[in-house]
Design a protein around this ligand. Structure first.
Ligand code: UD1
Ligand code: CA
Length: 454
């Protein structure tokens, strides 16, 4: 017996006031639907069916890599009608799990408990006790506490309105029973919709017990209907990430001021992270790394003992161990620094390798370059790698010293141990161990007088 997860994602989401379908809005840079999908993939022996409709092609295009059956619900006639669209994919012996594409933070542990309640004699229903249940279907129980039915807000009477136990919409049932009940749905209700919730009363009539469980927190079952709820869930998600990091042994100056919009492929011990740091993509961070305030790391690999000072951007770059970056440095894609490299303020490095112990401390641009070890690049020195059409390479060999404010016009090689005089424009290869400079001779004019105002 397998699990079939049906994710309902055909709704419009009018209150987002967006041209984008609701389920494509993002928490931590990942579409809401993608979060639900990810959680579903944690279940064993499971296949996923996504019911899409509103803005369907946009949704399918953006998420085409998901391993799921995409089933279109051409008209949105209600949650029951949505599940009916999946019928062809459901076998009698399956356990069917119904999730919502706009409820991104539901935990696998909660789903596991729900699924445990499914048998030939029982179905699982996830409910939630709410301070304000407005808008939710209400769980109606008898005096023994057994669930009798769900009444939608718009169909409630005075008494039912007072019930604080709400329907999350998340249900698990045996496939054969679900299909029988789906075939009997009618839309004679306040919204003229085919309500999935009506299967609860049918189950009770058929002598099938409705077993309920609740999530650990309300946030787990919160759906996104507007931008405020989206922002709320982003913060809930981020706080969860921060807590995971701290459990792992990472020091966060303020767990409310960190954003993890991706994953870590590796995390060492004793990492210290100051406020307002953003992690995107897949980052790998060694031990004893310090990251200063306001840094953005995206697909970065940071070696042990690295110190990143405030306000750095590291994008798809590698930083070797014991290196020091920043403040205000930018490492762009394919910057590869070996160990003990120092990159200082207002330095930009792109597609360049820098070998052990080299220093580029102030105001430099290094692009398309290969820099040896123990090289010192003075303030304001830059590689001129681009002639407006093509890019060319600069090679700076071990131990070279590049004087301040020099321009190295690629393609060019600076030999081992060479020194470039400050302010030089270097257009030709510069030999090893020599001083090379291109500079107009300095003169002083004796007896010269400043002009005076006429
Ligand atoms: C539904 C439940 C309600 C529950 C609430 C929790 C029903 C009848 N009501 O109400 O008991 O308290 O969720 O949020 O089930 N969808 C489709 N196709 C449709 C209609 C909806 O795919 O034709 C999808 C939506 O995209 C959404 C989910 O189903 O992800 C719920 O739809 P929504 O309209 O938000 O249901 P509610 O009226 O809030
Ligand atoms: Ca809803």
């Amino acid at each position: 017996m397998g699990i079939k997860t049906v994710i309902l994602a055909a709704g419009q989401g009018t209150r987002m006031r967006s041209s984008k379908p609701k389920v494509l809005h993002k928490v931590a840079e990942r579409a809401l639907l993608h979060h639900v999908y990810d959680t579903s993939t944690e279940l064993e022996n499971n296949s996923i069916i996504i019911i899409y409709g509103h803005g369907g092609d946009l949704v399918k295009n953006e998420l085409k890599t998901l391993n799921a059956e995409w089933v279109e619900q051409k008209e949105q006639l209600g949650t029951g009608h949505a599940v009916q669209q999946a019928e062809n994919f459901i076998n009698d012996e399956d356990k069917v799990l119904i999730l919502y594409g706009d409820v991104p933070l539901l935990k696998k542990t909660t789903i596991d408990k729900l699924l445990e309640n499914v048998s030939q004699k029982s179905i699982g229903l996830l409910t939630v006790n709410l301070d304000d249940p407005t808008g939710y279907g209400r769980i109606v129980r008898n005096n023994d506490g057994k669930v009798l039915k769900i009444v939608e807000e718009k169909d409630t009477n005075q008494e039912e309105k007072l019930i604080l136990e709400g329907n999350t919409g998340i249900i698990a049932t045996p496939g054969d029973l679900l299909k029988q009940w789906l075939s009997k749905l009618e839309n004679g209700n306040a919204q003229k919709e085919f309500y999935l919730t009506d299967i609860i009363e049918m189950a009770v009539k058929d002598g099938v017990e409705v077993k309920t469980n609740q999530p650990d927190t309300q946030d787990e079952v919160l759906g996104v209907n507007d931008r405020t709820q989206l922002a709320h869930l982003e913060r809930v998600y981020q706080l969860e990430q921060a807590e995971k990091l701290m459990v792992h042994g990472i020091a966060l100056r303020d767990p409310r001021r960190i954003d993890v919009r991706g994953k870590f492929s590796e995390l060492g011990k004793d990492i210290e992270i100051d406020v307002n740091v953003i992690f995107e993509g897949i980052n790998k961070i060694g031990s004893n790394v310090k990251i200063g305030a306001n840094c953005i790391l995206k697909d970065a690999q940071i070696g042990n003992g690295v110190e990143i000072l405030a306000n750095c951007i590291i994008d798809n770059a590698i930083v070797g161990e014991q290196s020091r970056i920043g403040p205000f440095a930018r490492l762009r894609p394919l910057a590869e620094l070996a160990s003990e490299v120092h990159i200082g303020n207002f330095v930009e490095i792109k597609k360049a390798t820098v070998a052990k112990g080299s220093k580029i401390n102030h105001l430099s641009y290094i692009g398309d370059a290969e820099i040896g070890s123990k090289v010192n690049i003075g303030a304001g020195a830059i590689t001129c790698n681009y002639d407006g059409v093509n890019k060319f390479k600069t090679v700076i060999e071990d131990g070279a010293f590049i004087g301040s404010d020099s321009q190295l016009i690629a393609p060019v090689t600076i030999g081992k141990g060479a020194t470039i005089g400050a302010g030089s424009t270097i257009t030709k290869d510069s030999p090893e161990n020599q001083l090379t400079l291109s500079r107009a001779k300095q003169i002083s004019v004796e007896g010269w007088k400043r002009p005076v105002k006429k």
